[in-house]
Ligand binder design. Structure first.
Ligand code: BES
Ligand code: ZN
Ligand code: ZN
Length: 491
C-alpha cells in the first residue's frame, strides 16, 4: 500500500474523500470544496454530526467526489494513540472496497497532547486493518484483504508524518500475523528458519543453531520437546546492532510450530489453533524486523526456539527426566507443558551467552491465563519493577494490554520434584497454572532483569476488531516497539 502527498486535489466522481475531524474543529471543514457557509452548518446540524468519536457522515457526491466520509475523532484533548489506531482501522472498514482513497485531517496541531502523532496513528490503523490472509482462498470473491492500494494525503506536510515508521511497524506486525496464520504443514521449524533468514536483506544477522549444536551446548529441555517429530528443531538468534551501548536488549519467543500435547495428548478441540503456538516467536521476528526497518538506535537480540511437539516412539514420556542447559534436572510429568521446557533453555542460553541488559520472553504458555485475564490482556510476570512498569505503561499507550500477576516464594513449594530438581507441572492442576509456569521459568534466571508475557489469550482474535481481522493479532510487536522507543533507544 502506497502513501502519497498532494496539496492540489480536484476530486473526480471516482474519488472517495475521507475527512477525519475532531469535535473542536468542525469549522475547519469549510476549507473543503462544498462545505462553505450556511448550507454547510445546516447540513451538519441536519445529520447531528458533531465529530464524536467514530461518528460517520457519509455524503454521496457532495464535494465533487464520488463520496465524502466525515469521520469523527472526538475531542482533541482526549485523543490517545490506542484510540487513534482503532479509529484508523474503523475507517478502513468503511472503504474496504476502494483501491484508492484520499484522506485529510481537520485537526488543530496546537491543542494535541504532546508527542501524540495523530496522523501516524490513524494511518497505522488504516494500514493494519487492510491485512488479510488470503493465500489459500482460491476464489478471489472470498478474499478478506481490503483493496486499498493507495492512500493520498491531502494538505498534509511531509514533516507531519513519518512514513518510514508506519511502514516499519505495519510490516513487522503483518510478518508476525502471516507466520501465525500459516498452517503447520507449511510452517515447521526448518521453513520458519528460512523465513527468518529473509531478514538478512535488511541488515539483521541471523545465526542458526541446528540440532547437533544444541545438543553440544546441552539444550536438552528444548530438545526433549522435539524428540517426537521428524522435523528437526532449531534455535535462531537474530541480531540487530545500531547503537554504541554494549549490552543488547533480548526478546525471546516460544516457537512451537505445532503443539499436539505429545503423549499427554490434547483433545481434538484442544488441538485446534495449536499451529499458532509459535506466536511468541512470530512477535519476536516481527519486532526485530520493525526495529531494523526503522533503523532504531538500539542493540537487540531476538532468540526463538522452533520445535514441533508431536508423538512417535522417540517422543518424551511422562516421567522422563532430562538435564537442562543450566544443569538443573527436570521431571517431565506432562508433555503438554512443553513451552516452559523450550523457554528454560532459551532463557539460560540468552543470559549466559548473550549477556543482555534485560530479557523479555513472549509465549502462548498457559490456558490458565485465558481463565484469569480473558482475551483482553496478556499476563505479565517480572523480577524487576522498573521493567514491569515500563512494559505496563507502553501497553496502556498502545492498547496491547497486559496485567501483572505475582511471582513469589509462597508459590515455590510446588516446583520441587521428589526425584529431580524440578517438575514441569504442579500436581494441583487447577490452581494458579500461569503463576506456576512463570515461577518455573524464573528458575532459569540469575540476576538479569526479566519479564515474561503469557500471550495465550491475546495472540489470536476470535472475531474482527477495530484494526484486526479474525485470526492472528501480532500482539507484542507494537507494545515492544513502543517500549524500546520510549525507554531504551539512543546512543
Ligand atoms: N500451548 C499451550 C497453551 C495454550 C492453550 C495456548 C490455549 C493457546 C491457547 C501449552 O503448551 C499448554 O498446553 N499448556 C498446558 C499446561 C498444563 C499441561 C500444565 C495448559 O495450559 O493446559
Ligand atoms: Zn502444550
Ligand atoms: Zn504449547
Amino acid at each position: 500500500m502506497q502513501i502519497k502527498f498532494t496539496n492540489t486535489f480536484k476530486p473526480t466522481n471516482k474519488d472517495i474523500l475521507l475527512l477525519f475531524v475532531s469535535t473542536d474543529n468542525l469549522k475547519g471543514l469549510q476549507n473543503y470544496t462544498g462545505f462553505k457557509g450556511d448550507n454547510f452548518t445546516q447540513l451538519l446540524a441536519d445529520f447531528s454530526f458533531e465529530g464524536e468519536k467514530k461518528q460517520v457522515l457519509d455524503l454521496p457526491a457532495f464535494t465533487g467526489s464520488k463520496r465524502t466520509l466525515l469521520i469523527g475523532l472526538g475531542a482533541q484533548d482526549k485523543l490517545t494513540e490506542s484510540e487513534l489506531v482503532k479509529i484508523g482501522g474503523f475507517a478502513a472498514s468503511l472503504v474496504k472496497k476502494e483501491e484508492k482513497i484520499v484522506v485529510s485531517f481537520i485537526i488543530d496541531q496546537n491543542t494535541i497532547p504532546a508527542k501524540l502523532n495523530v496522523i501516524n496513528n490513524l494511518l497505522t490503523g488504516l494500514k493494519l486493518k487492510a491485512w488479510g490472509f488470503d493465500k489459500y482462498l482460491t476464489d478471489e470473491k472470498h478474499h478478506l484483504t481490503y483493496k486499498i492500494k493507495e492512500i493520498i494525503l491531502l494538505n498534509v506536510k511531509a514533516s507531519e508524518v513519518n512514513l518510514e515508521e508506519i511502514e516499519a511497524l505495519t510490516k513487522g506486525i503483518n510478518t508476525a500475523k502471516d507466520l501465525i496464520m500459516e498452517p503447520a504443514n507449511v510452517l515447521y521449524p526448518e521453513s520458519f528458519v528460512a523465513k527468518i533468514k529473509e531478514l538478512e536483506a535488511i541488515g539483521v544477522q541471523v545465526e542458526v543453531l541446528d540440532k547437533a549444536t544444541l545438543s553440544k551446548k546441552g539444550l536438552n529441555a528444548l530438545l526433549s520437546v522435539a524428540n517426537g517429530s521428524v522435523n528437526a528443531p532449531y534455535v535462531v538468534v537474530l541480531k540487530y546492532n545500531n547503537a554504541s551501548q554494549k549490552q543488547p536488549l533480548a526478546f525471546i519467543g516460544k516457537g512451537v510450530t505445532f503443539d499436539s500435547g505429545g503423549y499427554s495428548l490434547k483433545t481434538g478441540v484442544g488441538m485446534i489453533g495449536m499451529k499458532g503456538d509459535m506466536a511468541g516467536a512470530a512477535a519476536v521476528v516481527g519486532l526485530v524486523q520493525t526495529l531494523a526497518l526503522r533503523k532504531a538506535k538500539v542493540n537487540v537480540v531476538g532468540v526463538v526456539g522452533l520445535v514441533e511437539n508431536l508423538v512417535n516412539s522417540n517422543a518424551t514420556k511422562p516421567g522422563d527426566i532430562i538435564t537442562s542447559m543450566s544443569g538443573k534436572t527436570i521431571e517431565i510429568l506432562n508433555t503438554d507443558a512443553e513451552g516452559r521446557l523450550v523457554l528454560a533453555d532459551l532463557l539460560w542460553y540468552t543470559q549466559q551467552e548473550l549477556k543482555p541488559q534485560f530479557m523479555i520472553n513472549l509465549a502462548t504458555l498457559t490456558y490458565a491465563v485465558i481463565v484469569a485475564l480473558g482475551t483482553q490482556r496478556a499476563g505479565l510476570f517480572s523480577n524487576n519493577s522498573e521493567l514491569a512498569i515500563n512494559i505496563s505503561s507502553s501497553a496502556e499507550q498502545t492498547g496491547e494490554l497486559v496485567w501483572q500477576l505475582p511471582l513469589g516464594e509462597e508459590y515455590r513449594k510446588s516446583l520441587k520434584s521428589h526425584i529431580a530438581d524440578l517438575q514441569n507441572i504442579t500436581l494441583d492442576t487447577r490452581s494458579s497454572g500461569s503463576i506456576f509456569a512463570a515461577m518455573f521459568l524464573q528458575e532459569f534466571i540469575n540476576n538479569t532483569p526479566w519479564a515474561h508475557l503469557d500471550i495465550a489469550g491475546v495472540s489470536e482474535a476470535t472475531s474482527d476488531t477495530d484494526y484486526n481481522k479474525k485470526g492472528a493479532t501480532g500482539f507484542g510487536v507494537r507494545l515492544l516497539n513502543s517500549l524500546v522507543k520510549n525507554y531504551y533507544e539512543g546512543d
